[in-house]
Design a protein around this ligand. Structure first.
Ligand code: GMT
Length: 386
């Protein structure tokens, strides 16, 4: 390896700070890159939930969006572009990697133009709804198409999402699949018995973790659990929070099994809780990848979920879990019951789930891929004399 290839990089990462999968991936990537000796500058409007700003090599830069009575919609995209331009200049970034296309990709491109750093590589990682819902909306379609064309590389978190880019955006841009990843040293089947005890030590645990948006079908999680609970003793643990929580709680009020359901709220280090589960339930109607399912699998928890989007690229039906048609609550309940009434099958699937997370989605391997892509993109741009 020559000196240039070994040089540590100054990397800009842009993401949403909220509890969404794209922010989690961006932060874990930032941690992994910093651990490899790079300096990572994370830019967002608040410190992302998973970002550890105390780690060596991690810097956070906040975007301030001033309010003014004239604006019904304060222009975040412009405030972000201006902040990015400052960070590019001040820290002499070697590469800018944005997560979630809207508005990050276009703000990144604008920042390049503003600083005159036309050769600064811009990488855009697409996460799902930035293409299938938001990017696809006529209001954002052309700007999304344009910003992808202007990115030096576009990555997608699953093969399925790559297909959606071509279908929804009718765009010729090349996409590279770089799957999401998990740190299997942190997410592992290491039960903390005091925690298991507190959650429930006498019944198997079914778990769900998400931001409780309508796409996650929180009521299907509850309905599936109630069907299972009618047949066997079990407990449902819900991690996260969001708009669908209230309706799920209302539904439970009418059930004799309400006391078997516990809402824990948002947890930043969910790994210890996930390791206490026997089944992870993910009945979403759309999921470009399903990071929470992968984190559960790494903890040795098989997944029962919907056969949608990129989820089959993470969970192998009948092997590391069961995938049923979306909204098939009955089918999902039967799948859970087949696991809870057959301890040999459950044990086998737990093992396979962990193995598959280790084999196909190892954090160090995926971070190396991103790093290689950064270096290749820098090299290609500099050798093309752009
Ligand atoms: O839907 C979410 O949970 C948030 C969203 C995001 O972009 O923050 O998640 C998407 O990206 C995650 C990380 O790549 C994927 O694991 C999720 O499957 C994907 N969500 C959807 O496609 C609905």
């Amino acid at each position: 390896m020559n000196d240039e290839a070994r040089k540590s990089l100054s990397i800009g990462i842009v993401c949403y700070p909220t509890h969404g999968g794209s922010g989690v991936v961006a932060c874990e990537l930032a941690h992994g890159l910093a651990a490899k000796g790079h300096t990572v500058h994370v830019v967002s409007y608040a410190v992302p939930a998973r970002l550890d700003t105390l780690r060596r090599g991690i810097h956070f830069h906040s975007v301030r969006v001033p309010d003014y009575p004239l604006f019904e919609y304060p222009p975040y995209s412009l405030a972000l572009a201006a902040r990015l331009a400052e960070v590019i200049d001040e820290f002499n970034l070697d590469i800018l990697h944005v997560h979630y296309a809207i508005p990050h990709a276009i703000s990144g491109w604008l920042a390049k133009k503003m600083t005159g750093r036309n050769n600064l590589p811009l990488i855009t990682t697409l996460h799902g709804t930035d293409i299938t819902i938001v990017g696809n909306d006529p209001s954002y379609l052309t700007v999304t198409q344009y910003s992808l064309k202007k990115s030096n590389a576009v990555t997608v978190v699953s093969k399925w999402l790559g297909e959606q880019v071509h279908m929804h955006l009718d765009c010729q841009c090349e996409t590279v699949v770089v799957p999401n990843f998990v740190d299997t040293e942190i997410y592992k089947p290491d039960k903390k018995w005091h925690l298991k005890d507190r959650l429930c030590n006498t019944k198997p645990i079914i778990m769900h973790m998400s931001n409780f948006r309508p796409v996650k079908r929180i009521n299907d999680v509850v309905d599936t659990f109630l069907r299972v609970r009618k047949e066997v003793p079990a407990k449902l643990i819900m991690i996260g929070d969001g708009p669908e929580r209230a309706s799920a709680e209302r539904k439970l009020k009418e059930s004799p099994f309400a006391s078997d359901v516990q809402f824990l709220g948002v947890h930043n280090s969910a790994e210890e809780i996930l390791a206490c589960a026997d089944i992870f339930l993910l009945p979403s109607v759309a999921e470009s990848f399903g990071l929470a399912a992968l984190e559960a699998m790494a903890c040795g928890v098989p997944v029962v979920g919907a056969n949608v989007g990129g989820l089959p690229e993470v969970v192998e039906d009948g092997v590391s879990g069961f995938l049923l048609p979306a909204e098939d609550v009955l089918g999902m309940a039967k799948a859970c019951l087949s696991l809870l009434t057959d301890s040999a099958l459950l044990k086998k699937m737990k093992k396979v789930a962990r193995k598959s997370a280790e084999k196909d989605f190892q954090q160090s391997v995926v971070i190396d891929r991103y790093e290689k892509m950064y270096r290749e993109t820098i090299e290609n741009i500099s050798s093309s004399g752009a």
